[in-house]
Every structure is written in C-alpha cells, then in structure tokens.
Design a protein around this ligand. Sequence first.
Ligand code: TXA
Ligand code: MG
Length: 347
Amino acid sequence: METKIFKVTKDSLDILQEASKLLNSGELVAFPTETVYGLGANAFNADACKRIFLAKGRPSDNPLIVHISTPEDAEKIAYTCPLYYELAKAFMPGPLTIILPKKEIIPNEVTAGLDTVAIRCPKNEVANKLIEISGIPIAAPSANSSGKPSPTSAKHVYDDLNGKIPMILDGGDSEFGVESTVITIKDDILTILRPGSVTPKMLEGVSKNVQIASAVKEELKANETALSPGMKYKHYAPRANLYLIDDRYISFIEYVKQKQKTENCGVMCYDEEISLFDNKNLLPVGKKKDIKKQTKKLFNLLRQADDIGVDTVYAHLPSDDGESLAIYNRMIRACAHRVIGGRNGKD
Ligand code: TXA
Ligand code: MG
C-alpha cells in the first residue's frame, strides 16, 4: 500500500474531507495532536480498529483511546458524571484522557474487553476538525510501531508505518511531545495512570483527591494487575541500552566521560553541559530548567539515538515531580529501571 503524506492546517478542508472518507470506509489515517501523532480508525467499526493493532504490532489486550471533538460527545459512548464535566471545563480540549464506564456501542476491540473506555478531546485544530468533519469518534493510539518511542512528527510516523496505512496528515511537530495524562475517576478520587502535561497540581485545582498509581514511578510487581494495560509493556525504548544517572550521588560528567573512552555511547546532556564533552554523539535535551523543551524533544532524541547507531545512551535521571513526572515516567520505562547511583541504583 502506498502511504501518502499531506501537509495540513485546520483550513485544508479538501484533504480533511478525503481523510474523513477513508475513516468512514474503515481505513486508517495518522493525524497530528498536541501530544503525539495518533493512528485513527472509526471507533464504531471493530474491523477498522483491528487494523490499528495489526499496523502497529500492538498486543490486542491494550485498549485504545477514543477521541471526540467536544466533551459532550462523550455521552454517546460512555456514562459521564459531574466530575467529568468539571475536568472537561478545566482541561478539554487538551492533553487529558479520562476513563469512564463504556456504553454498548463501543466495540470490545477498542477497549480490549474492559467495561471502561478512555476518552480524549484533542486541542490540536487539525485533530479536532478531522473528528468533527468525520462525524464519528476516532479510536487512536500513538502512531508508532508498538514498543518504539511515540511519534512527534509526520516523519516518525512514516518511518514506522510506511506501506501499512494509506494516509498521514502532517501538521508539524507536536506541541507537548509526550502522550496525554490518563486518569480514572472513582468515588471522587482521581488516579493518574499515566502522567502527562496536565500535572497532578493542575488536577488538584479541580479535585483535592488526586493519587498517582504506583506503576507510574515503580516497576509493576510480578503478580500485580495493571490498572492500565499499557503499564505492563516495555515502552518508548531505543534499540540502544539506556542508563539513567542519578547525579545527586554520582557525577554525570565524570562518569560519562569515562564511558566515552571505551564505549560507543550517546549522551543526553543538558545544553549547559555541551562544552564539557567532546562533540561525539551528544544528544542535548534542552536547558536544565526548561522542562517543557525537554518534554517536547524527548521522543525525537530517543529515535535519534538509534539513527546515530550508538550501543548505549546515558541520560540524567529526571526529577519525579511536577512537570518533570511525565519525563521521569517515560525515561524510567525506556531504561527498564536501570539507574546508576542513588537509592534505587541497579548498576
Ligand atoms: O496523547 C495521547 O493520549 C495519544 C494521542 C494520539 O491521543 N494517544 C495515546 O494512546 O498515547 P496509546 O494507545 O498509545 O496509549 C493509551 C494508554 C495505554 O496505556 C492504554 O493501556 C491506556 O491508555 N488505556 C486505554 N483505555 C483504557 C482503559 N479503558 N482503562 C485503562 N487504561 C486504558
Ligand atoms: Mg502508545
């Protein structure tokens, strides 16, 4: 199958109509969102959704997020509650996914047999317009091959899915760069299953009861059931072995300089550190304090590590609070919890 890429804005109505036709006829379309690129299918069409799993090589027990163009459209597919609307008022459209009890109309293929459905109303104007024009909710995971870092550009999608899908809408680089914050609501308690750009503190502005699922920071125990199936898969990983260095206990610069003498390694250093290393295989992440920039660059850098063909990559252990929690969560999983130095040191 030939994969066509079209540059789009929300005003590219002809192209969006074309994409909407494909979606309504059961085909897949990759599209930009403010978080990462999504691989969309008609959420009412079980066969179309099965194609998503095939194209990505995604395990069939990992459910999809359903995208809608206004928060009220959730009524068609899920049982809402007052807290859903309070959250929607604060964060939708935007990078928040809320898990609600599902209605019959959503096929089991979308929810992997669960009785809940994940709902997200994207802010990206192309995504939102595409859903509106299509007139259907769109099931969409991140548009990467399963296990690879999520795509933050149309090129990333093309690199992974060329020949497997008919159309990619290119809306430029993703604004945030990590996937949406995923939460559940139970008895007025919000639990974060996956951290994103909507932070715990921002959620506390709506409900005082905000919890973070243990699997966000820690490894899932052997006999523990994942609250979100996505928690149990190795994710975001480059081919190279990634190690995080806890520089509260060990000097990042000295440790990595030593490794550079004997290893073909990539170095995810802060911009301020660039001049301290020789120029080989540096993957600067942004300024130390610029968490937004670091978030935006993260997945591109993990892909770049593979492009330059290093065997190992060294990076700073990110802080696990505030805006940085989303980076921590992705990095700790990408490195399979290999942290050098520090309390949780594994090396
Ligand atoms: O930003 C995003 O959320 C992007 C864009 C495309 O919207 N989508 C995305 O989808 O990241 P995906 O499939 O890569 O991640 C969805 C996560 C998975 O970890 C999945 O297990 C979880 O959400 N999930 C989906 N439905 C669920 C449900 N009913 N209960 C618990 N977790 C669910
Ligand atoms: Mg994904």
